[in-house]
Design a protein around this ligand. Sequence first.
Ligand code: FES
Length: 104
Amino acid sequence: MALRVQLCHVDDVPEGKIRGFEAPGVARPILVAKVNGELHVTASTCPHEDVSLLRGRLDGARLVCPGHGWEFDLRSGECGHQPWICLPVFRTEIVDGILYCHMI
Ligand code: FES
């Protein structure tokens, strides 16, 4: 059964910024980034090592990890440095201005 969680209002994330939101039933914050008006939702911990991506930076639609500088495409989750590693890309929906994501 899919886990659908409410994250935030769409206006809670400014353009070009990264924010983290707690979600019930999820141990770590969920990362939301807004690029060109589009909201991207993924895990807030780097899949390489246990580093928070909430301290990362955006380079267009790429999220740059503060740990070792690896870049992850927020649209696909692909890592530009290592093909065997990727970020989860959560499916989202917006209802009445509220952003939800589907964890599984
Ligand atoms: S900890 Fe993120 S790239 Fe190494």
